[in-house]
Ligand binder design. Structure first.
Ligand SMILES: Cc1ncc(COP(=O)(O)O)c(C=O)c1O
Length: 413
């Protein structure tokens, strides 16, 4: 071993050419990179509202009791670590299928929905992008704005990106009419990414009636819906937050759904997610399955087991799922309470402005409307961390830091 090192080192020292020196440095991911700055900041008053992670009032990311109980049952059973099948843990797919589509529709569609365990929601997005590029379309339509990584993932898949109007930056509301006008101009078979609930980053979702109009337009214009469901249970409840997906699925529309268990099971690092492709026949679903399995096999062979079995065990057990639902309700309640309290505190401190748009938003995020200059001042002067687009994670607010945060925002507004 030592001999090899001695033998090769001089070549690198002497060489006029290197293999790697031409590689340029890329900037860090805007949100993940910010976490490094937060960690390095020594100011004790620092507040981090930049990353999309739920925190308790004690600013801890919780380990849910349902997860802990599932894990101790698993430990007692002493499971082996054989490879999972390429498409993952069958019971995870079965249980998530029921959770997403509703038990009745899932059973009714047996054989026509191809389901895959994925490495988090991001892994499911990547698989979808690769699948779409190879078989459906070289283009994808995403909301303006959207979660920053949507762009990154789809660009890496080689898809052409197009924005559709979504948010009115002046009123801070969903611009439904402009969005529908945008959809009407799309050619048939355009793939359109839709946030199923808790739109990231704006927190603005269509109403149930607007979803019905979107569905009808998609059917009429033959557009392909591609749902991203990463926050089920974080707005109104598990069934309510699956409303849009179920509305489309029950109409028999061919579509894709990607799912993340990171937030609602507080299992961020376990990377549990799924991809569902709803087809119109068992043959189509089988063919799709064969294609996506090849993608998985050549990317990472098969998915990891631990987190998947935690989620499957919770969902299969009436006791554990009841416990989980109660914990999810707590997370949802706290986030919604902080949303309301944040809007009220801002209204008191900046009386000239109306913050009802924050109160009426959904999920973990609100778009604060702060400019990147204001964000930079918040970071420099107050150690209050937000991403450059001013998106704010309400689940990082607590009754203890609310006054500090809203005073800081008022001081730069
Ligand atoms: C809209 C949206 N989709 C997908 C994801 C990815 O989730 P995961 O952490 O499971 O990859 C996120 C995470 O923040 C998200 O906000």
């Amino acid at each position: 071993m030592g001999e090899r090192l001695i033998k090769f080192t001089p070549i690198f020292r002497m060489g006029s050419m290197t293999f790697f020196d031409h590689i340029p440095l890329l900037p860090p991911d805007s949100i993940v990179g910010l976490q490094v700055a937060v960690k390095a900041d020594k100011r004790p008053s620092k507040v981090n509202l930049s990353i999309g992670v739920y925190q308790t009032e004690a600013l801890k990311t919780p380990l849910l009791d349902a997860v802990r109980h599932a894990e101790s049952e698993m430990l007692a059973e002493g499971r082996n670590r054989e490879y999972l099948p390429i498409d993952g843990d069958k019971s995870l797919i079965e249980e998530l299928g029921k959770l997403v589509f509703g038990e009745r529709h899932w059973k009714k569609s047996e054989g026509t929905i191809a389901g895959f365990q994925a490495v988090g929601g991001t892994g499911a997005l990547r698989l979808s992008g690769e699948f779409l590029k190879a078989h459906i379309s070289g283009e994808i339509h995403i909301s303006d704005p959207t979660w920053a990584n949507h762009r990154g993932v789809f660009i890496r898949c080689g898809l052409g990106l197009h924005n559709y109007p979504y948010y009115d930056f002046a009123t801070h509301e969903l611009n439904f009419d402009a969005m529908m006008e945008g959809f009407k101009k799309l050619p048939e078979k355009s793939v359109v990414l839709l946030h199923a609930c808790c739109h990231n980053p704006t927190g603005k979702d269509p109403t149930p009636d607007q979803w019905r109009q979107i569905r009808d337009l998609f059917v009429g214009r033959k557009l392909i819906p591609f749902f991203d469901l990463a926050y089920q249970g974080f707005h109104r409840g598990l069934d309510e937050d699956a409303h849009a997906v179920r509305l489309f699925a029950e109409a028999g529309i061919e579509m894709l759904v990607v799912y993340s268990c990171a937030k609602n099971f507080s299992l961020y690092a376990e990377r549990v997610g799924a991809l569902f492709v709803c087809a119109q026949s068992e043959t189509a679903a089988r063919n799709i399955s064969s294609q996506i399995k090849i993608l998985i096999r050549t990317l990472y062979s098969n998915p990891p087991i631990h987190g998947a079995q935690i989620v499957a065990r919770i969902l299969k057990s009436p006791i554990l799922s009841k416990e989980w639902e109660a914990e999810l309700m707590q997370m949802r309640k706290r986030t919604n309470q902080m949303r309301k309290a944040f809007a009220e505190a801002l209204s008191t401190k900046i009386p000239a402005r109306d913050f009802d748009y924050i109160t009426s938003g959904a999920g973990m995020f609100c778009y604060s409307g702060l400019s990147s200059d204001q964000v930079n001042r918040l970071i420099a002067e107050h150690a209050l961390y937000l991403p450059q687009d001013g998106r704010l994670n309400l689940a990082g607010l607590t009754p203890n830091n609310l006054d500090f945060v809203t005073t800081a925002i008022a001081s730069v507004s």
